[in-house]
Design a protein around this ligand. Structure first.
Ligand code: NAP
Length: 251
């Protein structure tokens, strides 16, 4: 029996991915901090799709948590690992809380790296897929989101590099980057709250891409031979080769 492990499964894009992968018949390991939401999701998906869902309640921003999670999952065969959990903060750089910045680095970068490196080490010779969720802000800087975008630049560059190393090493495993543009989730409210601000109600967010569409795009990326799934300003998926330069020379 194989499983798709999805972090940040309790809401937004991760929740929609759970529904999509479950509807395609995949068993799931769902990860987030909100135990009640995960248990409700488990019941829903198991009864609707007749799959197996394992719940892992973890705060991935805490020291050692990502490694513990990976070790706890050693008994399961993980066909796909999706590092989706992440958050933003819309503070000006000079107002950014250092505690929040550290927590962001711990979740968006450190936990993702720990899970990715363990997974690549153990599954590189299998038909396994690593999907890391970056952002349009993982290829462009946006004002009041500099630290967040920098974490996502890391996610994009790291994952593209892993993908290229696997290709050059002729490994069957694949690594992919999903780079969503604005998506209708709680991300924006959270990012304003983290900055100590009220959400900007003058912005019309009704046109943002639904999370369910992002989940469909994720599945398309999973099934494709492409490395990067980039969502443009119109909400269209563009499947692309790596976007960062990779120097094909020994250093
Ligand atoms: P969301 O609705 O706020 O979902 C974030 C998910 O991450 C939740 O399930 C949350 O669950 C989980 N999470 C947060 N902190 C965590 C922690 N410390 N440990 C474990 N899980 C944690 O936001 P979203 O839009 O779906 O975001 C998903 C990913 O997409 C993020 O990486 C985000 O950067 C990226 N993204 C979003 C957009 C957008 O416009 N929405 C655009 C580009 C990229 P709990 O609170 O239960 O832990």
């Amino acid at each position: 029996m194989t499983y798709v492990l999805i972090t940040g499964a309790s809401s937004g894009i991760g929740l929609a991915m759970c529904h999509k992968f479950a509807s395609e018949g995949h068993n799931l390991i769902i990860v987030a901090r909100s135990e009640d939401k995960l248990n409700t999701l488990k019941s829903e998906l198991e009864s609707q799709f007749h799959i197996d869902v394992m719940v892992k309640v973890v705060d991935l921003s805490t020291f050692g948590a990502a490694q513990q999670l990976y070790d706890q999952c050693a008994e399961y065969e993980i066909e796909v690992l999706i590092n989706n959990a992440g958050f933003g903060d819309f503070s000006n750089v000079w107002d950014m809380s250092l505690d929040k910045a550290e927590q962001m680095l711990d979740l968006n970068i450190k936990a993702l790296t720990t899970l990715s490196l363990n997974y690549v080490r153990d599954y590189r010779n299998k038909a396994a897929t690593l999907i890391n969720v970056s952002s349009i802000g993982g290829y462009k800087m946006f004002p009041t989101a500099v630290t967040y975008c920098a974490t996502k630049f890391y996610v994009s560059a790291f994952t593209e590099g892993v993908a290229e190393d696997l290709r050059i090493g002729q490994k069957p495993m694949r690594a992919k980057v999903l780079a969503p543009a604005a998506t209708a989730t709680d991300f924006f409210n959270q990012a304003y709250t983290n900055a100590g601000l009220e959400s900007d109600t003058s912005i019309d967010r009704s046109q943002y891409t639904p999370a369910s569409v992002l989940a469909t795009y994720t599945y398309q990326l999973f099934q494709s031979e492409h490395i990067v799934g980039h969502v443009d300003g119109e909400g269209q998926l563009m499947l692309q080769p790596p976007m960062f330069d990779y120097v094909h020379a020994t250093v």
